[in-house]
Structure formats: structure tokens, C-alpha cells
Design a protein around this ligand. Structure first.
Ligand SMILES: Nc1nc2c(c(=O)[nH]1)N[C@H]1C(S)=C(S)[C@@H](COP(=O)(O)O)O[C@H]1N2
Ligand SMILES: [Mo]
Length: 542
């Protein structure tokens, strides 16, 4: 009987200690969230540690994460961090039951990790960024110390208390009086801590949300001027009427998103500034958002593609962009492309979240419609797509051209500076490879025998698409019907009425770009400069 009681008490205390650890972890995060409202939302520990983790993720793993979790990759990462933290917190609670000081020190150690991560983020505003993690850890450490104190009394009293337990059952008044295994005290302290932490976390969340309100208001106030140079209208024949094919224009809310931002930057357009400076710049230039809107704007149809897009993958989208021609601004700053003797061959764009992207100066100034975009499909840029201003350069993968939340343009050389992705195994220069994708039928689809419409998209931005061909099983290549071309900077839709016969079949597509080059069959992965190979779909015809 006694043995059973003791075991049960030990078990309960162990459970409560683990719970204390969890509670301390929760309190740490909640206090950190509250403090981050006074610093900046990005300084909260999960965001900071997550950001640091993203930066240290090898290209292959990042690619795997994008493949596996898609655009939920960041959610998956944050969940991963929280689950890991929770497991550690449980362990630290148990440790603290045996060694109260060591357990408390472990909590503080986590705080140091968070503090270091936050303070060393590329967009960090300095040591203050470490404050949320630091104060959070102190709060968690103190809480753990106090809670464990309730669970452990001087040994003798603890022993006596176990006897008391036998007489009294659980939660007897006496235990508290003896100051030992203070169950009621523990429960009161734990409940209070849980309530206070929830409140602190909620207030922090709300305040962090509020700091974005100015940015939201500034976006709501934007009226995009009509462009001085409108886009060539999309030909009516650019969009074949085939069910299951991607729409020519991708709506903003379904446009793919790829970036490293755990918290989407909410930039107030009223305080936004852009600087242009660096090698070969005769005079530094600075612009406000209004400065840009007052310039003659160009409007262009441009298809964007991510280098992480696999064969047949979804990271490609088309939009109509409005913005300021970048070459014009560069010329005003006195910049010359290398072909005309300019000393800078790389343009490095920096975003408010510390991202750097490097673009060949030659490409930006060769007459293509490289722009600082302010509008996407008729509205100000959505926050996820870079409000207030982003770069768009036709023909180059996003990671070497499409800087979102841009705030700085520096002219430099490829020798002198490696931007973010280049430091992570990706190529310095990355023109978009010719690609084609079967949108319909879907892989492992079961179309009925008869005429089946095979259709999809092909892209080779800035070269254009000249031909798309389809192959059924190992049969001959046959030309697909090409929809009208938007421009060389847009993708092109195609369709092919296939006389489908019952059984399993493999459909394969390949495109030929505007220079006459046929899309290569050679399969390569996305690292370092984009995937190549043909897209195939296997179907069973009923
Ligand atoms: N600031 C910032 N800009 C960025 C990125 C980023 O991580 N941070 N990712 C780039 C990449 S890899 C791509 S493919 C495009 C994607 O733009 P989208 O999310 O608007 O589709 O943005 C580019 N611009
Ligand atoms: Mo990308």
C-alpha cells in the first residue's frame, strides 16, 4: 500500500515537474512575444531561430522542404521548432526536479541561443533584437524555479508529507502548512502563471498585429496611376478553352510564393525609401514611394518562375505588372552596363528583411522591361509579393532578380559580392530554362477513351515559345496547337486533342524556344541553376 502511494506520488511529481517545464517554456515564449511588440515582431524567438535555421539550411534540404511542404514550408518549420522546444521543456522540467538550479540554467541557456539568433539576423536592429528572447528566458527560468520549489521541500518534510498523504489522500491542507510538497501552492502558482502567460502572449500578438496597421493603411490609400506605357493587350487567343489548363493570368491570391520571411514584412509606404548607389554611380539617388508613382510608369505582362520549380512543378505564375523602368533610374544615376565600359557587372538588391539578390547589370540595361514594380494585376503589390516595391526582370529566375520589399540597390561586381542564395550553392547567373508542363490530364488520371484534350503551359521568358510537341508513349513527336503568344516574356498555352485508346499511357511534352533550341531531355535537379528535363504524365484510359 505504502509503496504504491509513494510511486504514485513520485509519478505525479514527475508529471507536474515536466508540466512545469512546459509551462516555463510557454511563459518564455509569451513574454518574448510581448517584449517583441516593443522591439519588432521579427525579434520573437521562434521567428528569429526559424530565420537562422532557414539561413543555415543547405540548398538540398531547402529544396526538399519546398517539395514536401510546398508553401507551408514555413509553417512546418515553426511547428517543428515549437514541438522541439516542448520536448526540451518537458525534459528540463524533469531535470529541474532533481537539480533545480541546473534546470533553471538550462532555460536561460535556451534564452541565450534565442538571443544570439535574434541579434545576428541580417535585418537585426542590433542587440535590442535579443531582448525578447532574453527576458522571455528569464521569466521562464524564474517560473520554473518557483514551481519546482513547490514540488520539492526539505527531504524530511517531503517524507512526512508522504505519510500525510496516506492519511489525508490527495491535496490535504496539511501538506501546505508543512511547507513541503505543496500541491495546492503549486496548482495556484501554475494556474496563475498559465493565465498570465496567455494574457501576455495575447497582448503581444495584438500589439504586433497593430504595428502592421500603418502599413495596411498606407497600402489601402494607394491609387495606382494609369501607366504611360500600357501593356500590349493579351490576345483573345492566348487562353484556349480547355478545362484544367492554368489560367493565362494567375490571380494574385493563388500566385506562388517563395521567400525566406517567417513574418511577412509589413512596410509603411509613407516611410519607405529606396537608395541607388555603388560602383560607377555618378550620383547617389533616393526615392520615396510617391516619387516612383509620379514617374511615367510602364505596364507589362511578365511570367515569373522560381529556380526551385521542379519539372511539372507549380512555382511559375503570370501577372501584369506596373512599375518604373529600372534602366531609366540607373541611367539617371550615371550607371553604364559593362558592354559600354561600366565598372559594375552586378546589381545587388537588398530587402527590408536583409535578403540580397544579385542581377547582371547588362541584363537590366539591355532593353528588356526590367522594372521596380508597384502594381500586380491592377492592384498595389500584395504584402506577400513585396509591397510597396519589388524588382521584376523578364527572363531571370526570381532568386537573381525579383527582390521583394526592396529598399536598396547597390552597383557592384560578381567578384566582390555573393548574394544570399549564391552563398548557398546556387548559381551566380540564372536565366530561366525552357520548360513545358502538362496541366491536364492530371498524373494517374483516368480519362475516357476517345478525344482527350491534353493541355498545359510552356515558358522560356525573354526568348518566347516557338513550338510545343507531344509524345504518346514511345511514339513520334507531334506538334501541339499553340495558343497565341502574349509576348516573349510570357508563358504560352498549348493544347493537343489526343485520340486516346484504352490502357496505360505516358504523355510527354517538350517545347522549343524562340531561338529554335529544343528543350533538353537531360534531367537535372533544381540546384544550382534550375531543373531541366521533360515533363511526363502517366494516365490510364478507361
Ligand atoms: N526579399 C525577398 N525577395 C525575394 C525572395 C526572398 O526570399 N526575399 N525570394 C525570391 C525568389 S526565390 C522568388 S522565386 C521570387 C518569388 O516571388 P513571389 O513570392 O512573389 O512569387 O521572389 C524573390 N524575391
Ligand atoms: Mo525562387
Amino acid at each position: 500500500m505504502t509503496t504504491v502511494r509513494i510511486t504514485r506520488t513520485a509519478l505525479t511529481r514527475g508529471t507536474l515537474a515536466a508540466l512545469s517545464g512546459l509551462l516555463a517554456g510557454f511563459a518564455s515564449l509569451a513574454v518574448a512575444e510581448l517584449v517583441s511588440a516593443a522591439v519588432r515582431p521579427e525579434a520573437s524567438p521562434v521567428t528569429a531561430v526559424g530565420g537562422a535555421a532557414i539561413d543555415r539550411t543547405p540548398a538540398g534540404v531547402k529544396d526538399w522542404a519546398i517539395r514536401t511542404f510546398g508553401e507551408d514550408d514555413k509553417l512546418a518549420l515553426q511547428l517543428g521548432i515549437v514541438v522541439t522546444l516542448a520536448l526540451f521543456a518537458l525534459a528540463v522540467g524533469l531535470l529541474a526536479l532533481r537539480h533545480r538550479r541546473t534546470g533553471t540554467a538550462a532555460v536561460l541557456l535556451f534564452g541565450v541561443v534565442g538571443t544570439a539568433a535574434a541579434a545576428s539576423r541580417p535585418d537585426s536592429t542590433g542587440l535590442v533584437d535579443g531582448l525578447p528572447s532574453l527576458l522571455g528566458a528569464v521569466a521562464g527560468g524564474v517560473l520554473l524555479y518557483v514551481l519546482i520549489g513547490r514540488l520539492t521541500g526539505p527531504r524530511r518534510i517531503a517524507d512526512r508529507e508522504q505519510e500525510g498523504e496516506q492519511e489525508n489522500g490527495y491535496g490535504g491542507e496539511r501538506q501546505q502548512d508543512e511547507g513541503g510538497w505543496d500541491r495546492r501552492g503549486f496548482l495556484i502558482a501554475a494556474t496563475a502563471a498559465a493565465a498570465a502567460s496567455t494574457a501576455a502572449g495575447a497582448v503581444g500578438r495584438t500589439l504586433n498585429g497593430r504595428s502592421a496597421q500603418d502599413a495596411v493603411a498606407s497600402r489601402d490609400a494607394v491609387r495606382l496611376p494609369s501607366p504611360a506605357s500600357p501593356a500590349k493587350p493579351i490576345p483573345a487567343g492566348a487562353q484556349p478553352r480547355v478545362r484544367g489548363i492554368s489560367p493565362f493570368t494567375t490571380p494574385n491570391d493563388s500566385f506562388y510564393r517563395v521567400d525566406t520571411a517567417l513574418v511577412i514584412p509589413k512596410v509603411d509606404a509613407n516611410s519607405w525609401r529606396l537608395r541607388i548607389h555603388g560602383k560607377g554611380v555618378r550620383r547617389d539617388l533616393g526615392f520615396t514611394y510617391q516619387d516612383l508613382l509620379q514617374r511615367p510608369l510602364i505596364e507589362r505582362e511578365i511570367t515569373l518562375t522560381c529556380v526551385s520549380n521542379e519539372i511539372g512543378g507549380p512555382y511559375v505564375g503570370h501577372a501584369r505588372w506596373i512599375g518604373v523602368r529600372l534602366s531609366g533610374l540607373l541611367k539617371e544615376a550615371g550607371v553604364k552596363p559593362p558592354s559600354r565600359g561600366g565598372p559594375a557587372d552586378q546589381l545587388v538588391a537588398r530587402s527590408v528583411d536583409g535578403m540580397t539578390l544579385g542581377t547582371p547589370v547588362e541584363d537590366v540595361m539591355d532593353g528588356r522591361d526590367a522594372m521596380l514594380a508597384v502594381g500586380m494585376n491592377g492592384e498595389p503589390l500584395p504584402f506577400v509579393h513585396g509591397f510597396p516595391v519589388r524588382m521584376v526582370v523578364p527572363g531571370l529566375y526570381g532568386y537573381v532578380s525579383a527582390c521583394k520589399w526592396i529598399e536598396d540597390i547597390e552597383l557592384t561586381t560578381f567578384d566582390d559580392f555573393d548574394p544570399y542564395w549564391v552563398k548557398r550553392e546556387w548559381a551566380r547567373r540564372a536565366p530561366i530554362k525552357t520548360q513545358s508542363r502538362i496541366d491536364t490530364p492530371k498524373p494517374f488520371g483516368r480519362p475516357e477513351a476517345g478525344t482527350v484534350m491534353v493541355a498545359g503551359v510552356a515558358w522560356a521568358q525573354h526568348r518566347g515559345i516557338e513550338k510545343v510537341e507531344i509524345r504518346v508513349d514511345e511514339g513520334p513527336w507531334r506538334p501541339a496547337d499553340l495558343a497565341e503568344q502574349g509576348t516573349v516574356d510570357t508563358w504560352r498555352q498549348w493544347s493537343y486533342p489526343w485520340k486516346a485508346t484504352p490502357g496505360g499511357h505516358t504523355l510527354t511534352v517538350r517545347a522549343t524556344d524562340g531561338t529554335g533550341e529544343v528543350q533538353t531531355e537531360k534531367r537535372t535537379g533544381t540546384v544550382p541553376d534550375g531543373a531541366s528535363g521533360w515533363h511526363s504524365v502517366v494516365v490510364t484510359v478507361d
